[in-house]
Design a protein around this ligand. Structure first.
Ligand SMILES: CC(C)(COP(=O)(O)OP(=O)(O)OC[C@H]1O[C@@H](n2cnc3c(N)ncnc32)[C@H](O)[C@@H]1OP(=O)(O)O)[C@@H](O)C(=O)NCCC(=O)NCCS
Length: 209
């Protein structure tokens, strides 16, 4: 959204957010500690970028994500700084046994209309298939629907990413459409499956459980 398109109050809010100024604003933007049974979401630390770059060296980790070429440490540090200052995103480190094993967050938040796009990477393959993504997506949704006014979380996965599909489904995300043959991976084209989780569906599911 360009500044000229913002209503005045929102414009003020965003300026305040950028200035780190208090009361009503969200200051830029790492997520606070959210403790789960398996993992802990917490703000990432600058020294952890050295570990984070190594995640993207592995084609198995990057197989189903946009970032398919490992960034330099400098590029990762720039990303870290930019993420810390982005008032339209919230990013958490995923911690297990005291160490960072991945990252998750919501970005491109449209505060005016109440939606944002969520994503996750568990970069440490040694902890795959332990239910971390399943748990963290539920923790993230609970935080976002209880602590922010967002109404809808958008996401997606590339066809064949069973783990992401199942973890999203467990958190309540539903398929809303497809971009066919969106991405070239491993010698073939894959559909991009678009998903979303609406606040009202999340609230209804919680009321039942
Ligand atoms: C996708 C990813 C986040 C999943 O993380 P994870 O912690 O290993 O996932 P979980 O252990 O919570 O598994 C979620 C579900 O998928 C299943 N699953 C996990 N890996 C699987 C695999 N390789 N094949 C089939 N099913 C799998 C689990 O059994 C679980 O199913 P259930 O709980 O519905 O029975 C992780 O593999 C990853 O970061 N991959 C690289 C980046 C990526 O693809 N990110 C997502 C982009 S959309």
């Amino acid at each position: 959204m360009r500044q000229s398109e913002m209503p005045e109050s929102l414009e003020r809010l965003k300026e305040a957010a950028k200035a780190g100024d208090g009361h009503l604003s969200f200051r830029a933007m790492f997520g606070p500690v959210v403790q789960g049974k398996l993992v802990r979401l917490r703000p990432p630390r600058p020294e952890e970028t050295a570990v984070m770059v190594t995640w993207f060296e592995d084609l198995e980790v990057t197989r189903f994500i946009k970032l398919r070429f490992p960034p330099s440490l400098q590029a990762e540090n720039d990303w870290f700084e930019a993420t810390a200052k982005d008032p339209d995103g919230i990013y958490w480190a995923v911690e297990f046994e005291g160490r960072i094993v991945g990252g998750t967050g919501v970005r491109m938040i449209d505060w005016k209309h109440g939606h944002g796009t969520t994503g996750t990477v568990i970069g440490d393959k040694t902890v795959w298939r332990r239910g971390f993504a399943r748990e963290l997506m539920q923790l993230r949704a609970e935080f976002l629907f209880k602590q922010t006014p967002l109404r809808s979380l958008r996401s997606g996965y590339l066809d064949g990413n069973v783990a992401s599909a199942r973890a999203q489904a467990a958190a309540g995300y539903k398929e809303v459409g497809r971009w066919h043959q969106d991405r070239f991976i491993g010698g073939g084209w894959r559909d991009h499956v678009m998903t979303e989780l609406l606040r009202e569906d999340w609230e209804r599911a919680r009321a039942k459980s």
